[in-house]
Design a protein around this ligand. Structure first.
Ligand SMILES: Cc1cc2nc3c(=O)[nH]c(=O)nc-3n(C[C@H](O)[C@H](O)[C@H](O)COP(=O)(O)OP(=O)(O)OC[C@H]3O[C@@H](n4cnc5c(N)ncnc54)[C@H](O)[C@@H]3O)c2cc1C
Length: 386
């Protein structure tokens, strides 16, 4: 029987553990935290927040994989009346529809954007500056960067397409992402995966192939390899519970500068106590900006879309996610240029900033599958030789 070690019990680590165990390997997984899930954890207690606004995109490869194994569980669909309450801030006012120029970039037959040019330059040629800027800001919902227009046009276009598809790709596991994590962990358990929590790995084991399924920062420290870096976003997070008021927006996208607010109880009442609504927002901030700058912009959006929210607040929390929202690709680079999965000597990386395709957590998923197939293939070869 092949043996394999997985370091990290987030979405990537659990994907790797389940995949390897399904292939017949004996898997040991170590997680530093006392619970599994990593950035896909959902807070316990009365307000069931994910780490910032989270949606599971059903156009990705993880969707089919999770579905086939019955790991998604019940979903919380957005009631049509609530979906109609999506608002866009443009030129300081709330609108229901995007500016016409932005729609030019969303046409099904739109040209494939190039890798080596920034999105703003390319999109301005296609749709003019106003449409390009609005589209760049809208795409921030799926890339968490303060200046999406400065990133590779191909990279931004993919996220824009996925985030604006109709019917929407965004889906919401009832009870938050932790419900999916719990199902993945149960499957791993049933397949015989040994899972050790509160087990921070300090040195890499050398007796089995290893999948390092941590953040890229943690992998850099663990492997002592300073080349393990890639660009990412920095975003201010606001979690807010407010007393219910009819007429609140469902979600607000800021087209004047990047930012997104979403009232998650619109689709899932179980996330907050009765009579309260849970709003989660993310406002990307530039390197020189502070959390307070981001929160001030979030409050401007709240003022527009959630009338009287200040007097209705029952709970509030703020944070900054720095480099925790996946990879962003600069002009001239694509996912293929990120740190390779295969590090040599039986060590493989999985995570959302490594060389694998997809949007956000799909990168963790895809890299986990690649890491396991390389690890087991290599192990099989070694066994044959022995
Ligand atoms: C604000 C925000 C919003 C997001 N929104 C979305 C979204 O809408 N859709 C989407 O698809 N994705 C979204 N994401 C991204 C998604 O959460 C991540 O891509 C995904 O959870 C990453 O999973 P991972 O397993 O690769 O890494 P992690 O979740 O970081 O897991 C790594 C695990 O490794 C553990 N670990 C680290 N070092 C060690 C060690 N030495 N020994 C043992 N264990 C260790 C950590 O404790 C952690 O549990 C969002 C992320 C954020 C922060």
């Amino acid at each position: 029987m092949h043996r394999i070690t997985v370091i990290g019990g987030g979405f990537a680590g659990l994907t790797a553990a389940v995949t390897a165990a399904e292939a017949g390997a004996k898997v040991t997984m170590y997680e530093a935290h006392h619970t599994l899930g990593g950035r896909a954890r959902t807070a316990e207690g009365p307000y069931k927040t994910n780490e910032g606004p989270h949606a599971l995109y059903n156009g990705g490869p993880h969707w089919v994989w999770l579905r086939q194994r019955d790991l998604i569980g019940p979903l919380a669909p957005i009631p049509p009346l609530e979906a109609a309450r999506l608002r866009l801030r443009h030129k300081g006012v709330l609108r229901r529809t995007p500016p016409f120029a932005m729609l030019k970039l969303l046409r099904p037959g739109a040209r494939q954007a190039p890798v080596d040019v920034d999105f703003m330059t390319w999109a301005t040629e296609q749709a003019g500056e106003e449409g390009a800027r609005a589209a760049a800001h809208y795409s921030a919902v799926a890339l968490f960067h303060h200046d999406p227009g400065s990133l590779s046009a191909a990279f931004v276009q993919e996220r824009l397409r996925r985030a604006t598809k109709l019917p929407p790709e965004a889906h919401y596991p009832r009870g938050g992402w932790a419900s999916v994590i719990d199902r993945m962990a149960a499957r791993a358990w049933n397949l015989g995966v040994r899972m050790e929590t509160l087990s921070r790995v300090i040195t890499l084991p050398t007796d089995t192939p290893v999948v390092v399924a941590t953040s890229l920062d943690a992998a850099r420290r663990l492997l002592g390899d300073d080349s393990l870096t890639w660009a990412g976003g920095r975003t201010a997070l606001i979690d807010l519970a407010v007393r219910t008021r009819r007429g609140d927006a469902f979600a607000v996208s800021d087209l004047d500068s990047p930012g997104w607010l979403e009232r998650f109880t619109a689709q899932d009442r179980s996330l907050a106590p009765a009579g309260e609504q849970l709003i989660q927002g993310q406002i990307p901030i530039a390197p020189h900006e502070t959390k307070a700058d981001g929160i001030a912009r979030a409050e401007q959006l709240l003022d527009l879309a959630f009338e009287g929210w200040r007097g209705r607040v029952t709970w509030r929390r703020e944070a900054v996610a720095n480099g925790r929202t996946g990879a962003v690709d600069l002009p001239g680079t694509s996912w293929r240029d990120r740190p390779a999965v295969d590090r040599g000597d039986g060590v493989y990386l999985a995570g959302d900033q490594v060389a694998a395709p997809g949007v956000l957590s799909e990168v963790s998923f895809n890299s986990a599958l690649t890491a396991v197939s390389l690890a087991l293939g290599r192990n099989a070869l070694d066994l044959k030789r022995a």
